[in-house]
Design a protein around this ligand. Structure first.
Ligand code: NAI
Ligand code: MG
Length: 475
């Protein structure tokens, strides 16, 4: 294989040596800082402030003040104007945002450039369009915002999760306190600069960085009216308990263990691409990842042979290289979690295979993996690994496929690969999952609602349903 030179984008993002919180339109003085690193090199990128309950309280007060005095007094068209402005500035700064996201998250530049940033921008454009049409959204005349929204997001799509949360909240007329994940705060802090650049009124968006305790302070603050969380099912349950008995509205987007079901009549090469995209996109750090391959027994051997051949061509390495397919694992802790679960899966009878690839010396890496011969009771068939690991399960009949696909605590997404439209529709009806793709996978659009059943959480993001979550009487 050839070696590639670093992409010219490498120098396009620069960070301050330290950051405070973004409260009331201004950055506070950095305090109680911790390092944020590039997980591909372990190089320190900046020092980030660990927000206390007091910082969160100041942010909520700023958000309340902005809600009462400014944001709730603007017309929908005026709010829309700010959202359009933010979207356009994000487009102008797209290269910088893509580079920053790749440096702080470890995901390949081709993904941040072609997916994360454009999708985030699309979310702002879409909800900008809703801001002056709330009266016609089918939620009654002049539906009202909840007030202050407290939002806690994960590290797998840092900017995109921010966009999914902030855009509908502002369009509906709420103000926001957002807590980014501890390992990936940098694009949220660049977004704070973008809010300043767009002259968004002070306090409409507030960003408090920190760890789980900071997130808990946001969720638990008595003056937060609406809570939106994306992350682990474990923390989702803590939050559900924390807000129980309060007036707070909650949406939870949690984990997944999606089945990607391949029938013997599927277009095989296309299905291989879909399965690869389904689990190796973003190193498998995807809540809706197709982490369980359900392949029809009659084509199992041929499919796995082709899949392995395709996996041998995946390039793992420098995320800033435009040809990289598999970047770095986001953190040491996540890498250890992946290794632990895979070891368990092998001990419980799974057959592990990984292509030979050169693992960089520094940073956190995991070669793409498949575990064949997985029984439905195996840990790797049940637990979310959140890494580039595909568990392979076989089935004989469509009924067996449905039973196995639904045999999970989760219910976020699923994939069906078949040439037959009737089979596709019948199966889609029987799968307990919020999002079902057929002959494709991992497609996202701001107009399309996204969310789960069971332990994958409740509430929807995207589309009119995603708007409803931020309006009284909406859900
Ligand atoms: P996590 O759920 O702990 O973190 C997500 C966000 O919640 C972060 O911003 C974190 O600071 C915050 N948080 C943590 N504890 C909190 C609390 N008690 N109250 C309020 N906010 C809190 O996820 P973590 O620890 O990063 O990853 C663990 C596992 O969770 C992963 O291995 C993966 O399986 C799963 N996960 C799933 C995600 C999804 O999108 N479905 C996203 C991230 C993780
Ligand atoms: Mg955690």
């Amino acid at each position: 294989m050839f070696d590639y030179s670093p992409a010219p984008e490498a120098k396009l993002a620069s960070f301050a040596s330290s950051y405070g919180h973004f409260i009331g339109g201004k950055f506070t003085k950095p305090q109680k800082t911790f390092e944020t690193i590039n997980p591909a090199t372990e190089e320190v990128l900046s020092q980030i402030s660990h927000g206390s309950a007091k910082d969160v309280d100041l942010a909520v007060k700023a958000a309340r003040n902005a809600y009462e005095k400014t944001w709730s007094k603007l017309s929908g068209a005026q709010r829309g104007k700010y959202l359009f402005r933010i979207a356009r500035i994000m487009q102008e700064r797209a290269r910088e945002l893509a580079v920053a996201e790749t440096l702080n998250n470890g995901k390949p530049i081709k993904e941040t450039r072609d997916f994360d940033v454009p999708t985030s921008v699309a979310w702002f454009f879409y909800y900008a369009g809703w801001a002056d049409k709330l009266d016609y959204a089918g939620m009654g005349a002049s539906p009202k915002a909840h007030g202050v929204a407290g939002q806690v997001i994960p590290w797998n799509f840092p900017l995109m999760m921010l966009a999914w949360k902030v855009a509908p909240a502002l369009a509906a007329g709420n103000t926001v306190v957002l807590k980014p994940a501890e390992t990936t705060p940098l694009t949220a802090l660049l977004f704070a600069e973008i809010c300043q650049q767009a002259e968004l009124p002070d306090g409409v968006v507030n960003i408090v960085t920190g760890f789980g305790d900071t997130g808990a302070a946001v969720v638990g603050h008595k003056d937060v009216n609406k809570v939106a969380f994306t992350g682990s099912t474990e923390v989702g349950k803590i939050i559900a308990r924390q807000v129980a008995g309060t007036n707070k509205k909650v949406t939870l987007e949690l984990g997944g263990k999606a089945a990607n079901i391949v029938f013997d009549d599927a277009p095989i090469d296309q299905a291989i691409e879909g399965v690869v995209n389904g689990i190796f996109f973003n190193q498998g750090h995807v809540c809706c990842a197709g982490s369980r391959l359900l392949v029809q027994e009659s084509i199992h051997d041929e499919f796995i042979k082709k899949l392995k051949r395709r996996m041998e061509t995946l390039r793992l390495g420098d995320p800033m290289d435009k040809n990289t397919d598999v970047g770095a694992i986001n953190s040491k802790a996540q890498l250890q979690k992946i290794k632990g679960l895979v070891a368990k899966g092998v001990k419980e009878g799974g057959d592990l295979w990984q292509p030979a690839c050169k693992i960089p010396r520094n940073g956190f890496w995991y070669a793409p993996a498949i575990i064949d011969g997985v029984s439905p009771a195996n840990t790797v068939a049940r637990e979310e690994i959140f890494g580039p690991v595909l568990s392979v399960i076989t089935f004989r009949t469509p009924t067996e496929a449905i039973t196995k696909a639904n045999n999970t605590e989760y219910g976020l997404s699923a994939g069906i690969w078949t040439e037959k439209g009737s089979k596709m529709l019948k199966l889609a009806d029987q799968l307990n999952a919020g999002v079902i793709w057929s002959n494709t996978f991992n497609q996202f659009d701001p107009t399309s609602p996204f969310g789960g059943f069971k332990e994958s959480g409740y509430g929807r993001e995207g589309g009119r349903a995603g708007l409803a979550a931020y309006l009284k009487g909406g859900n």
